[in-house]
Design a protein around this ligand. Structure first.
Ligand SMILES: [Zn+2]
Length: 148
């Protein structure tokens, strides 16, 4: 038992030394891993439903690429570049989630209508049932024709 623990301890130290100065797992790599796992499940379902060999191969190539990209990023020693990639991914993900959350909220809201300002992209909320009105964008002052 002690020998096994010794061996495991040595393995841990060796692994730690091997990973020293390498990127390891970051948020982008976890995202790649999740994409890989989800695509594997989707592949199993699609292949079972379609019985198509071609689709199976396409999915295999796709998931292989994801896994290779993740392995490459985990082992990479180019930390500035990997961190920049990770940051770009986080920014994109946050923006996408914010947009998705906003869309869900606007969809549920039956008392207001939403107009996006063509000049500055600000979303303006107006109550429903006021007829034809002109909205003034609170940010840039542009006029928006609205039917409520
Ligand atoms: Zn505006």
């Amino acid at each position: 038992m002690e020998k096994l623990q010794d061996a495991l301890q040595k393995l841990r130290i060796a692994a730690g030394r091997f990973m020293l100065g390498r990127n390891g797992m970051d948020q982008l790599n976890y995202a790649l891993l999740w994409a890989y796992l989800i695509l594997r499940v989707v592949r199993a379902v699609v292949v079972a439903a379609s019985r198509s060999l071609v689709i199976g191969v396409v999915f295999n190539v796709l998931t292989d690429v994801l896994l290779i990209a993740m392995a490459f990023r985990v082992l990479s020693r180019n930390l500035p570049r990997r961190q920049a990639e990770n940051l770009r991914w986080l920014n994109w993900w946050q923006r996408t989630r914010r947009i998705a959350d906003g869309a869900v909220k606007r969809h549920r809201d039956r008392e207001h209508k939403y107009y996006t300002c063509k000049q500055c992209g600000t979303v303006c909320r107006v109550p429903v049932g006021k007829g034809n009105i002109v909205i003034t964008c609170p940010k840039c002052g542009a006029k928006i024709q609205a039917k409520t």
